[in-house]
Write a protein that binds this ligand. Structure first.
Ligand code: ADP
Ligand code: MG
Length: 246
């Protein structure tokens, strides 16, 4: 075995797989650029770090289950003028996650609520946070199923492992009594413990109606709004705008 294989094997045995796998290239680069010993030492460790970070982001993204790959960079604030770039950028220090606060995007269809929630989720992942995206109906179905199996507690525990749970399209369709109860359990579990990012077409004044004015409506709304940042989005649908352009 040559020296190169031997050295690569040593890196591998210390779980420095990215260095091991790219040693030939890294050496060639260092030689071509005539870098200093210190710069080379740094190149190696930086390569390992960056490879690991990219893998982590990739894994967290897959685990998040975003329905599409929306980014904040692709959000057009000239179209959506009811929220400013400054307001969104202010969230990107992720103090709201550290403080277990919620974000609520309220508005009619097509105004960018889902886009913003995914975009913020992507940035949170890049910053090292865990995010989970769920459509409200899918989430409620998942909770109801868990409840039926007597596993609601376990499921809630699993969901609450993330830093932020995106609940998309809450309040679009009426829910059964069991569904409302399951949702209430989730909100309780997250309250002051984890963050929720909610998109909804309902302003909170009509939430009582959505929850059939039963006794879980008030505590649910109360717990969501308490410690939360509300954004009322308006304007015309971006989808409609695209339609008229084409
Ligand atoms: P909502 O969730 O409010 O119904 P979406 O976020 O799904 O709306 O937006 C509908 C479509 O229009 C998506 O493809 C989204 O990427 C796009 N879109 C909406 N608003 C904007 C915007 N301001 N800039 C860029 N794309 C936008
Ligand atoms: Mg949406």
């Amino acid at each position: 075995m040559g020296q190169l294989e031997l050295t690569a094997g040593r890196y591998r045995s210390l779980r420095l797989g990215a260095i091991a796998g790219n040693l030939t290239d890294l050496l060639a680069q260092a030689e071509a650029n005539e870098v200093s010993y210190l710069a080379f030492a740094d190149m190696l460790v930086e390569h390992e770090r960056q490879t690991r970070e990219a893998k982590r982001i990739d894994l967290y993204r897959r685990q998040a289950g975003f329905p599409s790959d929306k980014r904040l960079e692709g959000f057009d604030y000239r179209h959506q003028t009811t929220i400013t770039k400054r307001q969104i950028n202010a969230l990107l220090d992720f103090a709201f996650l550290d403080n277990r606060e919620n974000l609520v995007f309220i508005g009619p269809p097509g105004v960018g609520k889902t886009h913003l929630s995914i975009g913020i989720g992507q940035k949170a992942i890049e910053a090292g946070y865990r995010v989970l995206f769920r459509n409200a109906l899918d989430l409620v179905e998942e909770l109801e199923l868990a409840e039926m199996k007597g596993e609601l507690k376990k499921t809630l525990h699993k969901l609450a492992k993330v830093d932020a749970l995106v609940i998309d399209e809450l309040g679009y369709l009426p829910m059964s009594r069991q569904a409302r109860y399951a949702l209430f359990q989730l909100i309780n579990r997250f309250y002051e413990h984890r963050s929720l990012i909610i998109t909804t077409n309902k302003d909170f004044t009509s939430w009582g109606e959505f929850f059939h004015d039963d006794n879980v409506a008030v505590p649910i709304v109360d717990r969501i709004i308490h410690h939360s940042h509300l954004y009322l989005l308006g304007g015309e649908s971006y989808r409609l705008k695209q339609k008229t352009l084409s």
